[in-house]
Design a protein around this ligand. Sequence first.
Ligand code: C5P
Length: 387
Amino acid sequence: MAGRILIIADGPAALSYAPELITRLRQKKYTVQVAPTAYDGPSALAFVSELAWATISGHPCKAIEKLDAEAFRQQDLILLAPVSPQVLEVFRRGKALAYLQEAGKPVLAVPARLPDAVDEDPVLFQTQMPSRSRLCLGETPLELGAMGALKITPTETLLHFVDAALSKNDLQGKSALITAGPTAEDLDPVRYLTNRSTGKMGVALAIAAAVRGAEVHLIHGPLQTTLPELPNLHAISVRSAAQMHQAVVDHWHHLDFAILAAAVADFTPDHYVPQKIKKIDGQSLILHLLRTPDILAELGSREDHPYLVGFAAESDDVEINAINKLRKKRCDLICANDIRKPGCGFATDTNQITLYSPDEAPMQLPLKDKAEVAHDILNHIAKHLVK
Ligand code: C5P
């Protein structure tokens, strides 16, 4: 995503928090400029020099107290990281608040001490910031040695808030259901059957849809990734294929689109053994496995299903299998990938997929980061939802 961000940094948090944030924002191709606070006391400039800010951000840095109206106008987003009582004081005393209001750009504010910092001046934040502004909350304690601990939004969550503030919001008002991850089929209290899925693709889709404004229900099996706290991303954790099926049925109403990206186990033990199964010398163990419900096929068979997207992770005959799945499971879109290709299998950060739909020629997407693949898939869905 592209966009210009002005980061207003303050206090000791600027030292331990802002550099990582700026680096990550630049990796995401945002243009970042820093305006540190420069008052007498523990301001951002007291902790990090102008030269250091300019080096980290790749742009000349000017203290917030010295910024002019044009500096605010040039931005797409103003990020108060963090919004401390001292920053609010700088806004109140100088011309920064007038410039910011006149520029009308969205403001994202990270409270420094939850939620006291903003409680100290809720009126300033709630009534005087431009309308698309919001607070970003989180609870990771940030240890600052002798200065104590600040509670601050985790960088990863904050990055999603930034994406959301700058996104085209084309899925605003849409309701989505997404499945992700493997399922685990318990055999006894110790053992279970599962697969290599980590849930990365489904989680990337859920985050991207939430960032673009959709109300997302993410039904996921055991994940190896952590989920960010986003206000419109609702995670429902399940374990088995049967539980995933039930959770999908429970949330199957008033949806605009559904993406079933979970690697659901096809088989489950015919019964659960409540005590750990003992091995007996010389004896093998034969498991009897039953088929699990095919959630995607069941949803596709419903007359009034929303725009329905399935995945096909194949090791051979990708095209034939994808087209068969499209027809058999009555989907609107199948995202197929060849798991033999480098960078396309389970547990990778990248994927290369081809989109198959009933009325269009297959569309091959380049090998990309899963977050970018997620946006490509959502572009396709968004295009169909406006039709
Ligand atoms: O038939 P196959 O498992 O390859 O189909 C993959 C697609 O079907 C994926 O979208 C997956 O989430 C979905 N699926 C499902 N329930 C199952 C098996 C697969 O929803 N029991």
